[in-house]
Design a protein around this ligand. Structure first.
Ligand code: GLA
Length: 383
C-alpha cells in the first residue's frame, strides 16, 4: 500500500494454509491471483498472494538449494512470481527457522543466507517464517534476527513475517529483529471459540504493535464456512456471517495483518462485502498504526476498543463476544471528553455506512451475541 516504506501498515493479502494446507499448486496460485483482481480485492488494498507450507520437495538438492515440487509447480517458482507480478500483485512464500517446516519439509536452519538469496532470485516479496523443529540450544530471537538480516541484505525488498506463535515473549524483542509482523498466537481454527480466544489473548499486548512491526493474531477465517481440507483447522467447523464480521472488525481494530484464508474463487457476496469494507480497512491501514485501548477492561466478553486515527477521529468498536444480547454503554469521559467542555461526537457507522447522529456524554446500544458495532467518531465542539 505504501510503496516507499516496506511494512509501514499491516500487510493485506491471501495465504494458502487455512483452506488448502498441503494441496498447493501453480494453478491454485494463478487462479487466486486472477480472482484477487477480478473480484475487486486488489482494488480494496489486498496485495500479497502467499504460498504457505508444503511447496517444496522433501530434500534439498546436492548443493543445498530448496527445490519446488515439480508436480505442484511444474514451471518453478520464478514463473509463479512472474504471473503474480504481472497481475500487479506481490508474491509470498514460507519457510521455517528450524531444520524442518511444520509439515516436515526442509527448513532454513543454517541455510538462512542461501535461502534468502534463492527467494530473492525467484522474485519473492514476502516470507512467512515458522517455528517448528527449532534446535533446542538456540533461542528464537537469534534465529529470527538471523533470517531478518539475511532478507535485509538479499538485494530485494522482502517483507518478513515472523511466526513463532507468541513464544519466548516475542513482543519484547521482535522490533529489534527487523521483522515487519510477528505472530503472537497459536493457529486459528474456523470456529467462534478460536476467534474469541485469539483476540482476547492479545488485549494486553496492543501497545507492542506499531508501524513497521505489527502484532499478527493469525490469518483470517472469514468466509471459510468449514471449507478447509484439514479437519483440525475446521473442515467440520465454520461460523455465521455475523461472527465473521466480528472477527474481521476485531482484526481491523487490533491492527492485525489481514491475510485472507478462504477460497476466494468461490466466496459469497457477504464474504466479499466483509473483506472489502472500506471503512474497516481504512481503520486497519491508518498510517499511525496506533494500537487501541480498551474500555470495560475487566470484562473479556463485552468491551469497547478505541483507536485514535491520524485524522484526529476515533475508531470505536463495541464488541459483544458473549452468548447473550447485551447493552454496551460508552461513557465519553473515558475517552477524554468531558461534557462540560461542550464537546461531543458525531458517529458514523462503519457497517451501515450511515451517520448515526451527534451525541454528548454517552452512547449506548444493544449488541447481539457474537456481534459488534464499529464507528468512526468525529469530535464536534460547541454542543
Ligand atoms: C504452523 C503455522 C501455521 C502454518 C503451518 C504450516 O502451524 O502456525 O500458520 O503455517 O505451521 O505447517
Amino acid at each position: 500500500m505504501h510503496e516507499k516504506f516496506l511494512g509501514l501498515t499491516p500487510p493485506l493479502g491471501w495465504n494458502s494454509w487455512n483452506t488448502f494446507t498441503w494441496n498447493v499448486s501453480e494453478q491454485l496460485i494463478q487462479e487466486t491471483a486472477d480472482t484477487m483482481v477480478s473480484s475487486g480485492l486488489k482494488d480494496a488494498g489486498y496485495e500479497y498472494v502467499v504460498i504457505d507450507d508444503c511447496w517444496s520437495l522433501r530434500q534439498r538438492d546436492e548443493n543445498g538449494f530448496l527445490v519446488p515440487d515439480p508436480e505442484k509447480f511444474p514451471h518453478g517458482m520464478k514463473a509463479v512470481a512472474d504471473y503474480v507480478h504481472a497481475k500487479g500483485l506481490k508474491f509470498g512464500m514460507y519457510s521455517c527457522c528450524g531444520t524442518h517446516t511444520c509439515a516436515g519439509y526442509p527448513g532454513s536452519f543454517e541455510h538462512e543466507f542461501q535461502d534468502a538469496a534463492t527467494f530473492a532470485a525467484w522474485g519473492v516479496d514476502y516470507l512467512k517464517y515458522d517455528n517448528c523443529y527449532k534446535p533446542k540450544h538456540i533461542d528464537c530471537e537469534t534465529l529470527y534476527k538471523r533470517m531478518s538480516l539475511a532478507l535485509r541484505n538479499c538485494g530485494r525488498d522482502i517483507l518478513f513475517s515472523a511466526c513463532n506463535w507468541g513464544t519466548e515473549d516475542v513482543h519484547s524483542w521482535i522490533q529489534g529483529s527487523g521483522a515487519h509482523l510477528f505472530r503472537s498466537t497459536g493457529d486459528i481454527q474456523d470456529n467462534w471459540e478460536s476467534i474469541k480466544n485469539l483476540a482476547q489473548s492479545q488485549m494486553q499486548k496492543m501497545a507492542f504493535s506499531g508501524p513497521f512491526c505489527h502484532n499478527d493474531i493469525d490469518m483470517l477465517v472469514v468466509g471459510m464456512h468449514g471449507g478447509s481440507n484439514n479437519e483440525w483447522i475446521g473442515s467440520l467447523g465454520g461460523c455465521t456471517d455475523e461472527e465473521y464480521r466480528t472477527h474481521f472488525a476485531l482484526w481491523c481494530m487490533m491492527n492485525s495483518p489481514l491475510m485472507i484464508g478462504c477460497d476466494i474463487r468461490s466466496m459469497s457476496d457477504e464474504t466479499k462485502a466483509t473483506l472489502t469494507n472500506p471503512d474497516l480497512l481504512a481503520i486497519n491501514q491508518d498510517v499511525e498504526c496506533r494500537g487501541p485501548y480498551r474500555i470495560n477492561g475487566n470484562n473479556d466478553e463485552q468491551f469497547i476498543l478505541v483507536k485514535p486515527l491520524s485524522t484526529g477521529e476515533l475508531a470505536i468498536g463495541l464488541f459483544n463476544l458473549s452468548d447473550r444480547r447485551n447493552e454496551i454503554s460508552l461513557q465519553f469521559w473515558d475517552m477524554g471528553i468531558p461534557a462540560a467542555a461542550g464537546v461531543g461526537l458525531e458517529l458514523y457507522n462503519c457497517w451501515t455506512h450511515e451517520t448515526e447522529g451527534r451525541f454528548t456524554e454517552r452512547y449506548a446500544a444493544r449488541v447481539e451475541p457474537h456481534a459488534c458495532m464499529v464507528f468512526k467518531a468525529k469530535l464536534v465542539q460547541g454542543l
